[in-house]
Write a protein that binds this ligand. Structure first.
Ligand SMILES: NC(=O)c1ccc[n+]([C@@H]2O[C@H](COP(=O)([O-])OP(=O)(O)OC[C@H]3O[C@@H](n4cnc5c(N)ncnc54)[C@H](O)[C@@H]3O)[C@@H](O)[C@H]2O)c1
Length: 372
């Protein structure tokens, strides 16, 4: 199969859809890999590495035009819509329910659109989890950095010092983001509490963290009691398909220490704190009622090399299957991948997207809809 990788052109996106190691794997399996010139440069993968891997360096037009399978990171933006066609499989993050113009463009072109974020293997979202884990780690880094005085913090070392108590980190939501944030904060010797709503997940966290962190049920009384103790609060909640639940209201900010730092990782889903609004690395922090809020919406964007490697680790097994079997056969054989199909032959396949755009054509009776 001809598999192509293009340079991401969405502003501030430095990741790329495939590492040179991933390209080499596919070339060795007998496929042709086309890489747009300088596609991997910002992620730390120069053209020479793709050439050495056996890939062909091409123009953007050639990459899109010759591809049978196009592998990306972010959803196509308007200037990429003209490249969509009906004999193309597009494998990338799509987030269609929030993007009517792209949904319409994919339908008009008849493209088979498979979204990373809706591939579901029965236990979780394997192509979303790597970015969540990275965001969780970065949240702990942001906590440590922004408690320091030069960053405007109270001048506290996250892990304390011999004879000096560590900072208290409150993580709300113990999924992929929250678990990784807790693990890293524990690694830096902070005192960590995780609040979770799911009894099953609470048991798993209890076993995983093995007494190193307190794991408590996330009810209002516990949230309020813990807010009063926290030096850092990390918002890491998710209710799939919905806006993030607001776990801290504006009124509850008054319970916090004046020097407390709120880090809202769930900001891409609307935020876990009522007072959050999205920020970027250029200006990550703002204050509401004197409380500092850190709400960077694309945290993995700071570490494109690690994020690209983690993404390829997760996507490559699916890319291999699509390349070996053909997209439709691979989808038919793999229930997880079938749930990734969002658009096909001019119809919406994924139920969530169909519900978001009830007036657009749906591929009714499609296998993926039935599986949902
Ligand atoms: N800002 C970024 O760059 C970035 C990057 C990756 C993920 N995210 C976001 O981080 C959030 C978490 O993602 P995830 O992959 O960890 O999700 P996840 O599904 O793995 O975990 C979310 C957890 O929150 C729990 N939860 C839900 N409501 C709760 C409540 N009221 N109190 C306590 N726990 C509650 C759920 O039970 C679940 O265990 C999502 O909104 C995701 O979009 C942001």
């Amino acid at each position: 199969m001809r598999i192509a990788v293009v340079k991401e052109i969405k502003p501030a996106e430095a990741r790329v859809g495939l590492t040179p190691a991933g390209a080499e794997d596919l070339v060795r399996a007998g496929h042709t890999v086309l890489v747009e010139r300088s596609a991997g440069e910002l992620a730390g993968f120069p053209d020479e590495q793709y050439l050495a891997a056996g890939a062909e360096l091409v123009s953007r037009e050639d990459a899109w035009g010759r591809a049978e399978l196009l592998v990306k990171v972010k959803e196509p933006i308007a200037e990429e819509y003209p490249f969509l066609r009906d004999d193309l499989t597009l494998f990338t993050y799509l987030h269609l329910a929030a993007d009517r113009p792209l949904t319409e463009a994919l339908l008009a072109a008849g493209t088979l659109g498979i979204a990373y974020e809706t591939v579901f293997d029965g236990t979780g979202l394997p192509l979303l989890a790597p970015m969540s884990e990275i965001a969780g780690s970065l949240a702990a880094h942001a906590a440590a950095a922004n408690l320091m005085r030069p960053a405007g913090g109270p001048g506290v070392l996250l892990g304390g010092a011999p004879g000096v108590a560590p900072a208290r980190v409150l993580v709300i939501g113990g999924g992929a983001v929250g678990t990784q944030a807790a693990q890293l904060a524990l690694g830096m010797q902070a005192e960590v509490t995780v609040l979770e709503m799911s009894p099953t997940r609470i048991r798993q966290l209890d076993a995983l963290l093995d007494g190193r962190a307190r794991v408590l049920m996330s009810d209002v009384a516990t949230v309020e009691a813990e807010l009063a103790q926290a030096d850092v609060v990390i918002g890491a909640v998710l209710v799939p398909g919905r806006a993030a639940p607001k776990v801290v209201s504006r009124a509850q900010l008054a319970l916090l220490k004046p020097t407390a730092l709120l880090i809202d990782v769930a900001i891409d889903q609307g935020g876990a704190f009522e007072t959050s609004r999205p920020t970027t690395y250029a200006d990550p922090i703002f204050e509401v009622d004197g409380i500092r809020h850190y709400c960077v919406a694309n945290m993995p964007g700071a570490v494109p090399q690690t994020a690209t490697r983690a993404l390829t680790n997760a996507t490559l097994p699916y890319i291999r299957r699509i390349a070996q079997q053909g997209a439709e056969a691979a989808v038919a054989a793999d229930a997880a991948l079938a749930l990734g199909v969002n658009t096909r032959s001019g119809g919406i396949v994924h139920q969530g997207v169909a519900e978001a755009f009830a007036d657009l054509p749906a591929a009714v009776g499609d296998r993926s809809l039935a599986l949902r």
